[in-house]
Design a protein around this ligand. Sequence first.
Ligand code: UDP
Ligand code: MG
Length: 322
Amino acid sequence: MTFVLKKKVSVIIPSYNEEKNIGFLIEQINETLSNTNYDYELIFVDDGSSDNTLNEIKFNAQLHANVFYIELSKNFGKDHALKAGIGMAQGDAVITMDADMQHPPHLILKMLKYWENGYDIIYTYRQNSNPHAKAYQKATSKLFYKGINMLSDIKLENGTADFRLMDEKVVKQLKLIDEYEIFFRGIIKWAGYKQIGIPYTPSKRHTGEASYSFFKLVKLAVGSIMAFSARPLYLVTGIGLFFSAMAILYIPYVLFSYFAGYAVSGWASVLATVAFFGGLQLLVLGIIGVYVGKIFMQSKHRPNYIIRSTNVMSIKNVNNDF
Ligand code: UDP
Ligand code: MG
């Protein structure tokens, strides 16, 4: 008899107020993966939920030996919850996906095929026709991807999702990343490796509401762009240079007007110029300020997340007192 060690797949699921989705998602993933030749584990990261999500996960962890929980000490945001899960995953491949069924589990089989064919990263992006998005959501999402592609050094497909498979060697590198704000969709593109994107049509959220408010999204968008490029700084420097050049050209005209004796008229143009340059300076200072703030936060080297409790038994975990 030959004994073949099965490959292990870790599925990481960041979960914030998803009490009604946990059981359903486990069922769906089981349906997808139980007939394959892989060992798999599901690691749910409870990102400081205020509903019954954690108990729901713990309950399922008692029912299924391959379901695990990581309880964060508060809500750290999805990307940091993902990092917590990735930090403890031990699979030969690691898959990240949402808890709300918007990421169709059957795509995992397609990802695994690509992985077996030698790809290190298989990421997904929403097809243009997302049937469940509202008009304003489509517009803002498009604007975000346009903005990040124009202002930073990475190129993301419209609607790139946090639904992806990564080989163990990629995960090993991701665990080393020490950034105050992590934006995985960008990091993955930046990381290189042999990667491929596959389009998908998102399903409707199983239950509950998407948890990102408009302001949280704006903060995320600005943060993500600035985390990937200093290009906005170069851009404002360019604008500053352009207007300085204009001002220098303007001075001879002012001097000429003075000596020609009709200098008093024109307070409106002076006021307009002062107001305009005042505004421009504030904008430039603001952008520089945001970068300085980020350097300040980064210099503290705080962890991206704190684990309150977990039942994941990893080598790393053995040394910690949870
Ligand atoms: N999520 C999280 N922490 C948060 C917000 C969301 O872990 O602070 C999880 C959420 O439970 C879900 C995934 O991230 O599994 C995507 O969130 P959501 O469906 O609210 O956003 P969408 O991307 O669909 O707009
Ligand atoms: Mg969702």
